[in-house]
Design a protein around this ligand. Structure first.
Ligand SMILES: Cc1cc2nc3c(=O)[nH]c(=O)nc-3n(C[C@H](O)[C@H](O)[C@H](O)COP(=O)(O)OP(=O)(O)OC[C@H]3O[C@@H](n4cnc5c(N)ncnc54)[C@H](O)[C@@H]3O)c2cc1C
Length: 384
């Protein structure tokens, strides 16, 4: 069984076939699974696919399907045999009827509507996947390709027809999916989407707190990424992956976005606490603390792409992983000093060079930066 496209649908479908004891291969032209999730989240999904026995072929573009769907020919000339093929490569608006009627469409064929969901022709309205609406994150035009948007637009339109003075304010985009034992969820824009939209003044937070109190059985990590606008703290998006409480945190963030909260409001969110369900300072509170640390320069972080080229030759890249932990981050470290030894070995960190901490996942890099700060060394954590 071969699935074309490692997006949300492709992976959901893979699970169904694996559960039916089929040998499943996913073919994906980009370099990661689970687009449009960012790489921090996608790597965890990729590990789950591997653990479940799904074969994944990244950077493979299919040029031709021959042999009645049984042979796939890749653009590099190699082939792949399959008994069955599933296409999960995305959707396009079916708007020809509207075009023929003279309704104004966007360049990519979506029906343009106003805030009352009216098209450019009188008495014709449109809702759902086929329309282009406005992103509440960026203000840019965006299709609203989700069921909850379509259904709420339908309800709103019925209210409008019945004289209610309501408007459709726009689309945030909040989704959730089950990938085998993992839940993945997102709201708003990912880093990839921001870059595609030409928005670069964003900052990111990546934290991995427990889904409920660490001392209560079965606590598991919530891998949570928050994106926000530099300086203003406007929340631009969030993504999470893990086994428990994932959609809850993204739902909370979605409400925060709807209410125009900024990252500086997140520590103030009162989240119901009891050990089996959450922590006294829960995921969004912690994400807010980290963002505020970044905004106030209490701890310095930098995007990998913003590191000056010369620093890769002259700076000191400190890796604080404990022995036996898998490699993290894409920068080659200058030296590994496990966090547990950093206080004793701090003299090995130069005071006359720029110091970077090679990855910032979890609390470790933050604690390392505070230990270094105690010795007057201002280290910068790399955001990736
Ligand atoms: C496999 C899959 C899984 C999904 N899972 C989720 C999910 O978990 N959560 C989520 O939020 N969204 C999900 N979505 C997206 C969701 O299905 C869509 O956002 C939603 O269905 C959009 O509703 P709609 O009414 O705009 O369009 P549709 O549901 O596509 O309905 C359009 C209807 O119009 C009919 N039609 C088209 N042209 C004509 C014509 N000329 N005459 C008569 N009828 C016509 C079509 O046959 C169709 O029945 C998923 C989509 C897919 C494909």
């Amino acid at each position: 069984m071969t699935i074309l496209g490692a997006g949300t649908i492709g992976i959901e479908v893979a699970e169904s076939f694996v559960n039916n004891n089929m040998d499943v291969t996913i073919v994906e032209q980009s370099g990661q699974v689970a687009a449009p999730f960012d790489s921090e989240i996608a790597e965890i999904v990729a590990a789950e696919l591997q653990a479940q026995g799904v074969h994944v072929l990244l950077h493979h573009t299919i040029k031709e399907i021959t042999d009645n769907g049984k042979t796939l020919v890749f653009d590099n000339g190699t082939t792949h045999q399959t008994d069955m093929l599933f296409l999960g490569t995305g959707v396009q608006p079916n708007s020809q009827l509207a075009a023929d009627a003279g309704i104004k469409l966007s360049e990519d064929g979506h029906i343009i509507v106003n805030q009352q969901l009216a098209t450019s022709l009188p008495d014709i309205y449109a809702i759902g996947d086929v329309i282009e609406t406005t992103s509440l994150i960026t203000g840019q035009p965006i299709p609203s390709l989700l069921s909850s948007a379509a259904n709420r637009q339908g309800h709103l339109l019925a209210d409008v027809f019945n004289g209610a003075p309501l408007i459709y304010k726009g689309f945030i985009g909040a989704g959730v999916a089950k990938f085998f034992d993992l839940t993945v969820s997102y709201v708003g824009y990912t880093e990839q989407m921001l870059q595609q939209a030409g928005i670069n003044d964003y900052r990111s937070v990546f934290i991995t707190p427990f889904d409920h109190a660490y001392f209560f059985p079965n606590a598991d990590r919530v891998n949570f990424k928050l994106l926000y606008q530099d300086k203003t703290g406007k929340i631009l998006g969030g993504q999470a992956v893990g086994r428990n409480g994932i959609d809850k945190r993204i739902s909370q963030l979605s409400v925060a976005i709807t209410g125009n909260l900024t990252v500086t409001d997140l520590p103030s969110l009162e989240i119901p606490y009891s050990p089996p369900y959450s922590s006294t300072r829960d995921v969004l509170n912690i994400a807010g603390y980290v963002a505020i640390n970044q905004l106030t320069n209490r701890t310095a972080t930098i995007k990998l792409t913003d590191i000056p080229e010369t620093d890769f030759k002259s700076a000191f890249f400190l890796d604080i992983r404990e022995a036996g932990k898998p490699a993290a981050g894409s920068v080659t470290p200058t030296l590994n000093i496990p966090l547990s030894e950093l206080r004793e070995r701090i003299n090995e960190v130069p005071t006359d060079k720029k110091v970077y901490i090679t990855f910032r996942k979890g609390l470790g890099p933050y604690n390392a930066s505070r230990i270094l700060a105690g010795k007057g060394i201002k280290a910068t954590m790399i955001e990736e």
